[in-house]
Design a protein around this ligand. Sequence first.
Ligand SMILES: Cc1cc2nc3c(=O)[nH]c(=O)nc-3n(C[C@H](O)[C@H](O)[C@H](O)COP(=O)(O)OP(=O)(O)OC[C@H]3O[C@@H](n4cnc5c(N)ncnc54)[C@H](O)[C@@H]3O)c2cc1C
Length: 399
Amino acid sequence: MEFKLSEKEEAFKSEVEAFLKKELPPKWPEMSTHWPGGYGSLESTNEEAVKAAFTFRRRLAEKGWLTISWPKEFGGEEHSYMEQAIFDERVSYYRAPGMGIATGIAGPTILRFGSDENKQDWVQTIAKGEIEMWLGYSEPNSGSDLAGIQTTAVDDGDDFIINGQKIWGTIAHLADYAWLIAVTDSEAPRHRNASLFIVDNKTPGVTIRPIINILGIHSFNEVFFDNVRVPKRNMIGEKNMGFYYMMTALDFERLMVGIGGFKRLFEQFIEYVKQSEQDGSPLGKNHTVRKKLAEIAVKIEMVYIFFWRTASMLDKGLVPSVESSVLKLTATELSRALADVTMEILGPYGQLMGGSKDAQFRGMAPRGYLDCISATIGAGTSEIQRNIIAMRGLGLTKK
Ligand SMILES: Cc1cc2nc3c(=O)[nH]c(=O)nc-3n(C[C@H](O)[C@H](O)[C@H](O)COP(=O)(O)OP(=O)(O)OC[C@H]3O[C@@H](n4cnc5c(N)ncnc54)[C@H](O)[C@@H]3O)c2cc1C
């Protein structure tokens, strides 16, 4: 077992790093308030910042790096998954906008399951970074148990007519298209009754309403579909196979953990601790502080090991469905642990947000403390990940 990157991989890592340093605004990582694992940071939801992210993605697309592991005929670079992982790690370390829903989730699912028409219609535009999507899975009465969705898509000539409501659609108001699941056969058994669609947000009958998140930011939306006509060619793959495709799409989503962000934030916090004093003595000499930081360091290494392992499995043609759940679970629980520890170490100062003159560590801790709650819920809760690990990984049957 070799636990280091090859020469070629090291060279690729340096190339990515040089590109990021050149293309990102100066001091970008320091300006960012993003909490790794969280969804509600300003730069992921603020309109100007999202537009800047889309522009940066187009720069990546020009370089062929937005879809680096895709086949060349579909706008990719055919890099290995390990190189894709190296790329994702560096991009998240620099807190740069990397893959979005279109490139990270919809594109790979279309490449695997889409019809020739689907590939022709969507793959190139996605690879060029020209469109962004939002995920239309959850409904008011259906989250963990997605088989309970009630939104319907009824066959009507050249179209399907969609009726229903989706909820928690992150950045739906800033995206172009929904990647949406709807029931296409209400008589068929659960999990064999729904199909995936791409729906243009501008279609008549689509209404997007804001939901304000715990940080006071408009990141979520509830979206209503009232007799929305969608051309049949916007259905992905085969009819009634939606849940099967979505399970794979969810595995892709769970791999997008932004691992480098944890390392970067932790390094910055260690620097802060080294330079700070509490009650007249260096913070870094405090036994409890040292112990807590060491525990986080171990957790970060653990997530890294799962991350590299998942990439190497993909390169061997193995399907990391359990590993993607382990990665999602450990990374998002790390997001919470990191927030808990920074809050504990900062003590009462930890509660001061960025605007306060006495705020420590750029006021990141209280934002992260609130933001990280969502990390263990989005893309499937921690309980659901543990269920998947128990069933698929350990072979334990459903109760
Ligand atoms: C930040 C964020 C972003 C999101 N973005 C999107 C998005 O873009 N698009 C989208 O469609 N959805 C999105 N969601 C919704 C998310 O997928 C759901 O919130 C999640 O799947 C949980 O569903 P629910 O909220 O209905 O909770 P429920 O499913 O009602 O769960 C409630 C509680 O019961 C537990 N539970 C449920 N079933 C089981 C079980 N079988 N075993 C053990 N425990 C169980 C859960 O773990 C949870 O603690 C987002 C959510 C968050 C927090």
